[in-house]
Design a protein around this ligand. Structure first.
Ligand SMILES: Cc1ncc(COP(=O)(O)O)c(C=O)c1O
Length: 452
């Protein structure tokens, strides 16, 4: 604690406050919003840096700094204040006033917490963060330092990781349809495992990287997921034998399999079904003479959006029950590829209200972020949660993006206080599949990212 940095928020009115507690990011936001609506945005809310805290003897006993230091330590010891939250809060308060929107704030502490939570539930698994969820270089650096491995689908994703200093042995690619160029790069860098689900892909690998270890992508129904990933890729059980035969005939080594139960998958039962099919595929591989040991269970783990998601422990229980049923489970090389679970809840999208309108009895609220510049997933099954610093009458809104395209509608039936132009709307759990999907359509820019 002696080296921690401490902050106090002071207003031009002379009032000052220290806010905190052991808060989740969403609670920090609530606090921030209530604080700002109370202060009215635009008044001078100044974060005042108090630290680093010096050893006691360097400070005068009754100095203001010393009193604050003692008070802060007391608050922390009574668990009323967590200095990390306070730092984030102060930083966010500052950003709220002075930054352009749209802006995606990514919280480092939450990213690390989510990574460690997966690690503690699945200690035998290599966690390969799916870079596609959010490829911001600072996020990759944070995860690389925490020991994560990575899953990529393209040359630019791969090169970004190398720039951050991640070794190729920590990188896999579960994309079943890769460009010849990308396969060549994987060979040059010694990326060990490559995914397959077609004869064409086997041919490419035989031609470009014949010593690669390959693994099959299975097709699994995704009925319980909000963002299904079935259909485009993967082998049905009845198609596996032919592909295994073909790989054997081409001397391509098949060492395991992967599947994806669908993103934002809220049911552990789909993992049970996937692992039941996987055991059959392992048997088929053995019959073909392959020593299949790689079991990659994909991503799909859910997060809290508008509704709270199922506990990670539910998934852990079902998955480990099913994995135990494999013959020789101790020989398995276990991998997973979570994306959304690690970054979604760490992200807070700050947006500004650019217009409102009443049309045929409906209330429309237009933000500076929409489908095309960050909220693409709202056309599928993802329903975000919104907060605002507005304090007008509570109403039901249709939320729309800024572009002049009628498709650009983000959500309907959202209960929010009536805003003024320039008020802020915060979108929670916006850290995954937002900025990575964003284009600058119609001249509306994708959100910038700030990692705090
Ligand atoms: C091959 C593969 N692995 C992992 C992921 C990450 O999935 P999620 O973000 O649901 O964890 C995806 C998502 O599209 C994927 O296609």
């Amino acid at each position: 604690m002696a080296t921690s940095d401490f902050w106090k928020i002071s207003e031009s009115t002379g009032n000052s406050s220290v806010v905190g507690g052991d808060m989740q990011w969403s609670m920090v936001v609530e606090k921030l919003i209530s604080q700002n609506s109370h202060n009215e945005i635009g008044r001078d809310v100044r974060p005042f840096y108090l630290g680093p805290v010096h050893p006691i003897r360097e400070m005068h006993e009754n100095s203001y700094e010393e009193q604050m230091r003692r008070r802060t330590i007391q608050l922390i010891e009574n668990q009323e204040l967590n200095y990390r939250d306070m730092e984030r809060l102060v930083e966010a308060t500052h950003l709220l006033r002075c930054s352009k929107t749209p802006l995606l704030l990514m919280d480092k502490a939450t990213i690390l917490h989510k990574y460690k939570e997966l690690e503690s539930h699945f200690p035998e698994y290599k966690i390969c963060y799916a870079v596609k969820a959010n490829d911001h270089v600072e996020i990759l650096r944070i995860l690389a330092e925490a020991g994560s491995c990575f899953e990529v689908a393209s040359k630019p994703e791969l090169l970004k990781l190398l720039d951050v200093g991640v070794e190729a042995r920590r990188i896999i690619t579960s994309h079943p349809i890769k460009s010849p160029h990308f396969i060549q790069l994987c060979r040059e860098l010694h990326v060990e495992y490559l995914c397959i689900d077609s004869k064409d892909e086997i041919d490419k690998i035989k031609r470009i990287y014949p010593s690669a270890k390959t693994y099959l992508r299975l097709e699994i129904e995704n009925p319980e997921s909000s963002w299904p990933l079935s259909d485009k890729f993967g082998l049905l059980l009845e198609e596996v034998e032919e592909i295994l035969n073909y790989a054997a005939s081409q001397n391509v080594n098949v060492c395991g399999l992967t599947f994806h139960t669908g993103s934002q998958n809220n049911s552990s039962e789909s993992f049970r079904r996937a692992l039941t099919i996987s055991r059959e595929v392992f048997e088929m591989g053995k019959a073909q003479g392959f020593d299949m040991t790689l079991l990659n269970i994909g991503g799909g783990f859910p997060v809290d959006y508008f509704e709270a998601c199922r506990e990670l422990s539910d998934f852990q229980k079902t998955i480990s029950e099913e994995v135990e049923k494999f013959p020789n489970p101790e020989r398995l090389i276990l991998q997973m590829e979570p994306g959304r679970r690690i970054v979604a809840e760490a992200g807070l999208m700050m947006t500004t209200v650019i217009g409102t309108a009443q049309r045929r009895g409906k209330n429309w609220l237009y933000l500076d972020v929409g489908l095309f510049n960050g909220l693409m997933e709202s056309i599928g099954g993802i329903k975000y949660s919104y907060k605002t610093n507005a304090n007008g009458e509570l109403k039901n809104w249709i939320i729309a993006g800024p572009s002049c395209d009628s498709m650009d509608i983000v959500d309907r039936n959202v209960l929010l206080a009536t805003p003024k132009i320039g008020d802020k709307v915060f979108i929670l759990s916006a850290g995954a599949y937002t900025t990575v999907y964003a284009a600058n359509f119609n001249g509306y820019l994708a959100p910038e990212i700030t990692v705090i």
